[in-house]
Design a protein around this ligand. Structure first.
Ligand code: UDP
Ligand code: MG
Length: 309
């Protein structure tokens, strides 16, 4: 029977890991599966609780990071250490309903799909501003990156070994998983579900955190913002040239001295602002390039019960 590896990133999930395991055991009682908990530098008792679960269950594995490296790094570590023929990525807080698992497994095993991913159709229990900004992000991202991210796409997915091996080939430091999953291609089936709230604990995502995350995503998957300054510069130069001819013509025809302190100020401020903005965009890409060239490891393991770590 195929082995299913379930990769679960955990950051301060002391209350949820045990509930999570129980729920999975209930759902998958006649499947052959292993769970890989990645303790992403939690400051609570997450690691201790995971170790207790690992001692009691031989199919529970764990990797514990030396500090918090972020969910994307945790997913990468989990995928690298998964030994299954099918691999599932799932949150620890049960916001990704285990009840969908049998259907997802069925689709990759018996239908012609390489991956099955869950898509939230509602955002119940989420601040309206968060939903609005998120929906705006998907539209913007798809427009400028031509990636076709599915709105409401989550990181909850089951993939074949082949898909996971492809993702592992993308060893970049800036890991925007949603984009990486999409980028490797393959046949993906989307399963819609209604958003549910966490069983316990709290989300670690602030609005500011999400904003930074979306910028990371855009910078990682499209260089379109870099062309914006070229376009703006060209447009403004053309307008300025036409305006210059108008001024010269007016002077020659009517000897009309040009006035306008306001016009000058507006032009200076507008141009200055746009230049700074363009330098900022350039800087963002330079920053990412700088970070990538350092070639630092994506995560550092402090301890694990998996042999080859
Ligand atoms: N997570 C992680 N590292 C982090 C932040 C979160 O591994 O730095 C894990 C967290 O434990 C959970 C999943 O990522 O299993 C999703 O996090 P959360 O529930 O806070 O996000 P939300 O569901 O609100 O998007
Ligand atoms: Mg959650």
């Amino acid at each position: 029977m195929n082995l299913l590896s379930i990769v679960v990133p955990c950051f301060n999930e002391e209350e949820t890991v045990e509930i999570f395991l129980k729920e999975i055991q209930k759902t998958l009682n006649d499947y052959n599966f292993e769970i890989i908990f990645i303790n992403d530098g939690s400051s609570d008792n997450t690691l201790k609780n995971i170790k207790d679960l690992a001692n009691a269950n031989s199919n529970v594995k764990y990797i514990s990071f030396s500090r918090n490296f972020g969910k994307e790094s945790a997913i990468y570590a989990g995928l690298r250490n998964a030994s299954g023929d099918l691999i599932c990525v799932m949150d620890a807080d049960l916001q990704h309903p285990p009840s969908l698992l049998p259907e997802m497994i069925e689709s990759v095993t018996n239908e012609d799909y390489d991956a099955v991913a869950a898509r939230r159709t509602t955002r119940k229990g989420e601040a309206p501003i968060k939903s609005f900004l998120s929906s705006f992000f998907y539209k913007l991202f798809n427009k400028i990156s031509e990636m076709g991210l599915v709105e409401g796409a989550t990181d909850y997915r089951v993939m074949t070994r082949q898909v996971v091996d492809s993702i592992l080939q993308l060893s970049e430091y800036n890991r925007f998983s949603k984009g990486l999953f999409q980028w490797v291609g393959f046949n993906t089936k989307w399963i819609p579900y209604e958003n549910i709230e966490r069983v316990a604990g709290e989300t670690t995502w602030s609005l500011w955190g999400l904003f930074k995350y979306s910028i990371e995503g855009i910078v990682a998957f499209t260089t379109a913002p870099l062309s914006v300054s070229t376009l703006l510069g060209t447009a403004i130069s053309i307008i300025a040239f036409i305006y210059m001819i108008i001024i010269i013509a007016r002077y020659l025809l009517y000897s009309d001295p040009v006035q306008g302190f306001a016009t000058t100020m507006c032009a200076i401020l507008l141009l200055g602002g746009m230049q700074l903005l363009s330098i900022g965009v350039l800087g963002k890409y330079l920053e990412k390039t700088y970070v990538e060239t350092k070639n630092r490891p994506i995560y550092i393991v402090k301890e694990s019960n998996i042999d080859d770590e």
